[in-house]
Write a new protein. Structure first.
Length: 669
């Protein structure tokens, strides 16, 4: 077995590989960018070497530099993780040239499957069913447009070399084809260094089923059952489960065998995943093969009770597969929720910032947290915004769903927006529990998933108590050498001369203000007046938990206070209350004619020249964050007066980018 390996990746997957390597007594070498200088995986590795700048092109995509470090550190093998170079055939080719083992498939297999169009041709020859479409080499805009019209609508335009929803567009009418092609090409070029596209018919309401396969160097191959990855936003998975629910034994066997046929057709070695679309008649179609370990591999590990990274290391070392097909167990059911720094209510825009507070559920044999960050770390604009993967196991699907909901309720994050509340709504949705899931699940149930829950009066009173205890009467020590702690003039409570201990304050949730009057009593008691009703409150606070007795009901709530925000973690939701005088009023700080950056990112393109007239909906600026493009469009017909940015600028959220003059509407008398 190897004694030392290099991990050519970062974040969560680097930590994941390090965990298994340590268990096996293998030393690890990390490589890191400027943005990751103090990252968790750098700390956990036995050795770490600097790669370059924060942009992937300056660091994690620099093959020659990685191989220099591999030689310098005397490693015997390189693990590519997922993303970055994991599906670049040049890396295993150079590893072979330098007598370094590559923990993955051979270059020829990666190259065969790395092009989605070439993969389709191979599968066609192997008699694997395919979705109709265009997978050709001619990639000029006129050819692609003509082929798109031939394919018909709805259709999916996507990067041939990519995955993860990058470089992908659904097109439903002819007028949108060219804009979709241009955007997909840009995203594909940025994310994968290859702007080649393919076009295929979009199957409405399919399920996304994938099969985990493993092959060794001795001609053996197995499939480790299947996963359902249908719940997606922006074509990227957010909840995965194994095994895929509702499959007949016959369908499961056929898909598994088809996946193995795909692998054998390209002489595959190592871990891989074959992805299929499953229609309502349970007919399945080959979509793509990922020649690496998948993000969602933990759910397969949970139901098979196997360590797939350990399998990878053993296979790369020349050992045979540890099990034959008939010996692989499939026990219970598992879910994985991807915890992202993003705002579901704002089209899932990625969020950047500091993880001011991070509390994770306790891990066990049934609850697992895979993460590459810790409290205090930054979510960077340069990489994927995933904070963690939360994985649970249960004896059956309903039990596993209940455990996932409980685990999500014990995951508390403050400092950046997250999708935790959104994931809770999905897990509780009746259609999800009844296995009625497709890739259009989120769009189909958008009203329920994005709707705001009615605010409980108890939540308001708990937040008011936290404000009084932490803001108005803080327990901060007083410097006795300069201040008389017994003087009423230096008191931090509600005391006032010739008056009663009463204060009035307003807290804001979203855009709604809630006004209270508070009267303090002895320690741990107060009265809150809200909407002309007085509520006596008993409370106690320990660490980040407040216990309250209100209207005879006792409950404990977790919270975090920072940056003028009280974050309250409740069972169904995370609520962020702004403290008095801390709200950002965009209308006061920016003129009505300005257009602001929706997020921190890099300017990719300025679509309209200054001075030009535009109509409502026209694309004005394209901004990229975490390798995804976001388009700022004209809010109305008008004129671009000026830009306050240029291509390749890094801009902050809420930064003014455009001076826009809307057309005046002249009313006729």
């Amino acid at each position: 077995m190897f004694t030392k390996i290099l991990i050519a990746n970062r974040g969560e997957i680097a930590c994941r590989v390090i965990k298994t390597a340590k268990k096996m007594g293998i030393k690890t070498v990390a490589v890191y960018s400027e943005a990751d200088r103090h990252a968790l995986f750098v700390e956990q590795a036995d050795e770490a070497y600097f790669l370059g700048g924060s942009e992937p092109s300056e660091s994690y995509l620099k093959i020659e530099r990685i191989l220099e470090i591999a030689a310098l550190s005397n490693v015997e093998a390189i693990h590519p993780g997922y993303g970055f170079l994991s599906e670049n055939p040049t890396l295993p080719e150079l590893c072979d040239k330098h007598d370094i083992a590559f923990i993955g498939p051979p270059a020829a297999a990666i190259r065969a499957m790395g092009s989605k169009s070439e993969a389709k041709n191979i599968m066609l020859n192997a008699n694997v069913p395919l979705v109709p479409g265009y997978h050709g080499e001619e990639q000029d805009i006129d050819t692609l447009t003509a082929k798109a019209l031939d394919v018909g609508f709805p259709q999916l335009i996507k990067a041939s070399a990519g995955g993860g929803g990058k470089g992908m567009r659904i097109v439903r009418k002819a007028d949108d084809i060219q804009q979709a092609i241009s955007a997909a090409k840009r995203e594909a070029k940025s994310a994968f260094g290859d702007e080649k596209l393919l076009i295929e018919r979009y199957i409405e309401q399919p399920r996304h089923i994938e099969v985990q396969i493993f092959c060794d160097q001795h001609g053996n191959g197995v499939y480790l059952y299947d996963r359902d990855c249908s719940v997606q936003r922006r074509h990227q998975k957010i909840i995965e489960e194994a095994p895929a629910p509702g499959l007949s034994a016959d369908t499961r066997k056929k898909m598994g065998e088809a996946a193995l046929n795909c692998a054998q057709a390209i002489n595959y070695v190592g871990a891989g995943t074959v992805e299929f679309l499953l229609d309502k008649n349970h007919d399945f179609y080959f979509m793509e093969m990922n020649t690496r370990l998948q993000v969602e591999h933990p759910v397969t590990e949970m139901i098979t009770q196997q360590d797939l990274v350990e399998w990878q290391l053993k296979v790369a070392n020349g050992e045979p597969l540890p099990f034959g097909q008939a010996d692989i167990p499939c026990v219970g059911h598992a879910f994985e929720s991807r915890i992202y720094a993003e705002n579901p209510d704002n089209n899932f825009l990625p969020a950047t910032g500091k993880l001011d507070f991070l509390h994770q559920p306790e891990e066990s044999t049934q609850v697992r947290v895979d993460s590459g960050v810790r409290q205090g770390d930054e979510i960077s604009v340069f990489y994927d915004p995933m904070i963690a993967k939360l994985i649970v196991w249960g004896e059956n699907r309903r039990s596993a769903a209940q455990k996932m909901y409980q685990a999500l309720n014990k995951l508390h994050i403050a400092g950046v927006d997250t999708n935790c509340d959104f994931l809770r709504k999905i897990i509780l949705h009746p259609s999800f529990l009844k296995e009625e899931i497709t890739t259009e699940f989120i769009d189909t149930h958008s009203v329920a998933l994005f709707g705001k829950s009615e605010l409980d009066i108890t939540v308001l009173l708990i937040t008011a108590a936290l404000y009084v205890d932490n803001i108005v009467t803080p327990k901060t020590p007083i410097n006795s050498s300069t201040v008389n702690p017994h003087s009423p003039w230096n008191a931090t409570d509600f005391w006032q001369l010739n008056g009663s201990p009463v204060t009035r304050f307003t807290l804001t949730l979203d855009t709604t203000d809630y006004t209270f009057e508070a009267t303090t009593g002895r320690e741990g008691t107060l009265s809150i007046r809200y909407n002309d009703r007085v509520y006596p409150i008993l409370y106690s606070i320990k660490d980040n938990a407040i216990s309250t007795l209100i209207n005879g009901s006792k409950q404990t709530s977790n919270f975090f206070i920072n940056n003028n925000i009280i974050t309250l973690f409740k069972e169904h939701s995370t609520l962020k209350f702004s403290l008095p005088n801390t709200l950002f009023h965009g209308e006061e700080d920016h003129p009505e004619s300005s257009l602001l950056a929706p997020l921190h990112g890099k300017i990719v393109s300025l679509e309209i020249e200054p001075g030009k007239r535009v109509t409502k909906g026209d694309a004005l600026v394209i901004i990229e964050a975490m390798k995804m493009e976001h388009t700022i469009v004209a809010p109305a017909s008008g004129t671009i007066k000026a830009y306050y940015c240029t291509v390749n600028d890094i801009v902050d959220a809420e930064q003014q980018l455009i001076e826009f003059e809307p057309e005046q509407i002249i009313k006729q008398d």
